[in-house]
Design a protein around this ligand. Structure first.
Ligand SMILES: Nc1ncnc2c1ncn2[C@@H]1O[C@H](COP(=O)(O)OP(=O)(O)OP(=O)(O)O)[C@@H](O)[C@H]1O
Ligand SMILES: [Mg+2]
Length: 365
């Protein structure tokens, strides 16, 4: 462990059942999970950071997070302004961009996996990079080549599969990807490389559309890639290609409705009387339809009979969220007093619960 990294658990001991589920989920090597929704602002980054921290700090897992969003919110959240600034001020900061860049230069896969250790989250992090946006074009061009069976295109498309090979060699139990809100080339490469995906979503019509998009788009990409590989010159040169068609859906997390400006007090307590009735009715209707939408749109990615995909409902945690950001600390470990203590307790139970359900779904997926 790096100097300065603190491994402070939430203080809630694991139950025996949680230990068993964890041991089962981590058996058989490292698992890669991405958190994806092409709708923005649905709590992806907050979820991935807190879930990663929960797995690292409470379950004592070896966890790697990869910030693949050019906005770099995950990096800023977990490292803080000062440390981020320090790193980004270096002449050639080692980031996720350094992993993709050598491919753009025709030099093949990068030889290293650069990580930093955010002080209070317990996991390692491949930091984000705004220059990642520049690589969208390269990945998009090489995708055309990949579909036609070109080795260079396939190599670029599998850049994250190569990252996972390195992570596995370094014995990470879990590799979690935070992604920007798009169905662009970077996210395609991630979705074609990982074992599992989780969909964080708001309860609104946009998220329903997003679920439909994800299912259809990923299925098309997989078909196109498969056809590319079938005509490729030497697929054995690609990293671990047998992993490519195993993408499975682990579940979704809903964000509790928040009526903007009203209905939520400073500490996050929901005032049931405040939200406009019409909005609440629309919300209830959409909420009711989500399970059917999920099983209809994502049925080919999970066993509907075996998995309960609803991993949890994230309640609005009020000012605990900005406090967690300014302290660069998981929600469940925010230094707080007064009414925030109750809110923090809820965050502790919530993330433990989501982590346990996620681990259980890994064992049956
Ligand atoms: N449970 C919560 N309670 C209160 N605020 C929250 C909660 N979860 C997230 N937020 C806040 O909502 C905002 C959006 O969250 P977040 O950045 O996690 O979303 P995102 O889906 O990653 O966004 P983007 O699409 O831009 O990547 C942030 O300011 C975050 O602090
Ligand atoms: Mg984000």
């Amino acid at each position: 462990m790096a100097k300065g990294q603190r491994r402070t658990s939430s203080g809630i001991p694991l139950t025996d059942a949680e230990r068993v589920i964890f041991a089962e989920a981590k058996a058989g090597g490292s698992k890669a999970i991405c958190f994806f929704n092409n709708k923005g602002g649905v709590g992806k980054t907050t979820l991935v950071a807190n879930l990663g921290a929960q797995l690292a700090l409470d379950f004592n897992a070896k966890v790697l997070l990869v910030d693949c969003d050019p906005q770099c919110n995950l990096t800023q959240y977990t490292l803080g302004e000062e440390r981020s600034l320090e790193i980004y001020s270096e002449s050639d900061p080692k980031t996720v961009y350094s992993i993709i860049r050598p491919l753009a230069l025709g030099k093949g896969y990068s030889s290293e996996l650069p990580v930093v250790k955010p002080e209070k989250f317990g996991f390692d992090l491949v930091i984000g990079d705004p220059r990642l946006a520049l690589q969208e074009d390269l990945l998009a061009q090489d995708w055309r080549d990949a579909k036609a069976g070109g080795m260079r295109g396939l190599q670029t498309t599998y850049v994250f599969l190569d990252l996972l090979k390195k992570a596995s060699a370094q014995s990470y139990d879990f590799v979690l990807f935070d992604m920007g809100p798009s169905l662009g080339a970077i996210n395609r490469s991630i979705l074609l490389a990982v074992d599992f995906f989780v969909v964080p979503m708001a309860i609104d019509i946009f998220s329903i559309w997003a679920i439909r998009n994800i299912g259809q788009t990923v299925a098309i990409w997989q078909r196109e890639l498969k056809s590319g590989i079938s005509i490729a010159e030497d697929p054995s040169e690609l990293p671990d290609v047998e992993r490519r068609e195993q993408l499975k859906f682990l579940g979704y997390v809903t964000q509790q409705h928040k009526e903007r400006g009203a209905g939520v007090s400073k500490t996050g307590a929901i005032d049931e009387g405040a939200p406009a009735k019409k909005i609440v009715l629309a919300y209830q209707e959409i909420n009711k339809n989500i399970p059917a939408e999920i099983s209809k749109s994502l049925a080919s990615f999970y066993d509907v009979g075996k998995i309960d995909p609803h991993l949890g409902e994230i309640r609005h945690l009020g000012s605990l969220a900005p406090m967690s950001q300014s302290q660069n600390t998981p929600l469940f470990n925010v230094a707080a007093g007064g009414s925030y203590i109750q809110l923090r307790k809820q965050a502790r139970e919530l993330y433990r619960d989501i982590a346990t359900k996620l681990l259980r779904n890994i064992t049956v997926a």
